[in-house]
Ligand binder design. Structure first.
Ligand code: SF4
Length: 427
């Protein structure tokens, strides 16, 4: 028995309803087990419990053993003055406060449930409940995935809130940082964000009329215009960058971009050239994102092609076969998933605009699911993601709950363990 499991049993009433008695032999009737409190103070607040003839309202404190009350010195702590019942798993000895009624739950707890929970913790599979996931009703899964998706977006919102503090609450700037980060894909995300942080949106907007200036700024700040270049085009960009660097004292970016283990269409040179084309073709994307009614409208923004030089190049000075460099569909989906939808949701959440949150969730539900090893393993266990929303929820579940074995905080875990509590034992 762990403290968290004991809290779980009380929280959901997974113990026999009666007859329950205090250590002094008075009958106990639970009207309301109270609200779970994970902050300072007693474990459950605002409980209502009848002890003998008296109906009491107040807090409930839980411990594995009665003696823990003295060990934690609760009698001297004013936060615990309102405790009406001390619920223990095992009543080992009387406390220093004989007036506080004690209820021992051990005889009322299902041993099946305890064994099952122990098994879950011991499982070594992909996720501890891998062999049992199909025992959980589809409705439970659906509601849980909906909640997980919101949790995941709230987690991203917290990160956006931090960026906003750094950007003096400038949403357009934060949106630019995130978009650039997303263009850097996994390998170059940090470097691209760093580049974006040195090139404010206001500066890039000034050069909207010149694709060469935009490329020079982006590729130059990413350290891709240094050294000995040969072809006329990169040499021209190099000269442009040197001029702009002097004109607008630009902070040097130290982080290097990488080409290794990457498909040529995702090379940082190509992605930065596409970003330059995007800056030239579109302006003020953030306010337009808030107004966009349909994702197809937003998809259009990214139907840009990098400048002509890139039709025959993936890197400077290396000619390749003709291939215009336009962001592919899968890449644009990843922009929706990692930047557009999280920013829309975060804005709705932080500005108190629920309709934007709803729209973000609606857009997420319209995206196709990504191909991912974790999602393939869920599918093999019988839980398939039908779209990106499902996929995001399952990825979040695996990372934040299953890996940490937080089955007691998980709706699937609750549903599985509940099966081990005979109906007659549920309070
Ligand atoms: S956290 Fe939930 S889904 Fe993950 S292993 Fe535990 S019960 Fe299963």
């Amino acid at each position: 028995m762990t403290e968290r499991l004991f809290h779980f049993l009380w929280q959901f009433g997974y113990f026999s309803a009666g007859p329950l008695c205090t250590d002094a032999g008075e009958p106990v009737q639970i009207i309301d087990r109270g609200r779970y409190n994970q902050n300072e103070g007693p474990d459950f607040m605002e409980a209502r419990i009848r002890i003998g003839p008296a109906l009491l309202a107040g807090s409930v404190e839980l411990h594995l053993r009665t003696s823990d009350w003295d060990r934690h010195k609760h009698s001297a702590d004013p936060n615990y003055r309102n405790v009406i019942l001390h619920v223990v798993y095992e009543h080992d000895r009387a406390t220093a406060d004989p007036t506080l009624p004690v209820l021992e739950l051990q005889p009322h707890v299902s041993t099946l449930l305890l064994e099952h929970y122990e098994q879950l913790l011991q499982q070594e599979g992909f996720i501890p409940c891998e062999k049992e996931v199909l025992l959980v009703p589809a409705l439970v899964w659906t509601a849980w995935k909906d909640r997980l998706l919101v949790e995941r977006l709230l987690e991203k919102t917290a990160r956006i809130e931090k960026l906003l503090a750094e950007a003096r609450n400038d949403w357009e700037e934060v949106f630019w940082w995130m978009l650039a980060r997303n263009f850097g894909m996994t390998v170059n995300s940090d470097a691209f964000e760093e580049v974006a942080r040195t090139l404010p949106a206001t500066l890039l907007l000034r050069y909207r009329g010149s694709i060469h200036a935009l490329e020079a700024l982006l590729l130059g700040q990413a350290n891709l215009l240094h050294g000995h270049l040969q072809e006329d085009y990169p040499l021209m960009l190099q000269r442009e960058y040197r001029y702009l660097q002097k004109l607008h004292p630009l902070t040097q970016v130290h982080r290097a971009v990488h080409f290794l283990r990457m498909r040529p269409p995702a090379f940082p040179t190509v992605r930065l050239a596409q970003l330059a084309a995007l800056w030239q073709a579109q302006e003020h994307l953030f306010p337009r994102l808030l107004e966009a009614g349909d994702p197809s409208e937003v998809r259009e923004w990214f139907a840009v092609t990098a400048n002509d030089y890139w039709h025959y190049h993936y890197r400077f000075d290396e000619t390749s076969a003709y291939a215009p460099k336009k962001p592919g569909d899968a890449f644009v989906e990843s922009l929706f998933l990692n930047t557009l939808i999280p920013v829309l949701f975060a804005y709705g959440h932080l500005q108190g605009k629920p309709e934007l949150k709803e729209r973000a969730l609606h857009w997420m539900r319209g995206l196709t699911v990504e191909d991912n090893k974790v999602l393939r393993r869920f599918a093999a266990a019988g839980i398939s993601a039908t779209g990106a929303a499902d996929g995001q929820a399952l990825l979040y579940l695996e990372k934040n709950y299953c890996r940490e074995k937080r089955c007691l905080d998980c709706a699937v875990g609750c549903a599985l363990l509940k099966r081990d509590v005979p109906v007659a034992m549920r309070t």
